[in-house]
Design a protein around this ligand. Structure first.
Ligand code: 5GP
Ligand code: ZN
Length: 108
């Protein structure tokens, strides 16, 4: 999607601090962190939210969430948050999981 900031990050057109990358997905540091560790995980393919992703490709969605949990666990106890819909604060409409660990300093 040409006007999607996370598609642009996946394509390398917008710089980000990548901590994990493979053919399916990318994990990078949130530009406005709300915790000691605040990472954002996205699939490379564009889906608007986790509901759409899981319906379209439940196998890839499962692999995606498994990897996010592994990365979160590497930081101890963690939160994995998928804001789904503007009504609960989703601002970027490319599915993404927030990984929060350490001291939490704000809400996502
Ligand atoms: P949402 O509110 O949609 O669940 O979360 C979107 C997140 O993406 C926010 O935490 C915001 O700080 C982060 N974000 C938005 N634009 C960029 C960007 O260009 N680079 C990075 N690294 N994070 C971004
Ligand atoms: Zn996108």
């Amino acid at each position: 999607m040409s006007d999607c900031v996370f598609c642009s990050i996946a394509a390398g057109e917008i710089p980000s601090e990548v901590v994990y990358s493979d053919d399916l997905m990318l994990v990078f540091k949130d530009v406005n962190p709300k915790a000691d560790v605040h990472l954002v995980g996205i699939p490379r393919q564009h889906f608007s939210d986790v509901a759409e992703f899981s319906l379209a490709d439940s196998v890839s969605c499962g692999v995606f969430i498994k990897k996010l949990a592994e990365i979160g666990r590497a930081h101890g106890d963690f939160k994995l948050i998928f804001n789904t819909g503007a009504g609960v604060g989703q601002t970027v409409f490319h599915v993404h999981g927030h990984i929060l660990a350490g001291k939490i300093t704000g809400e996502v």
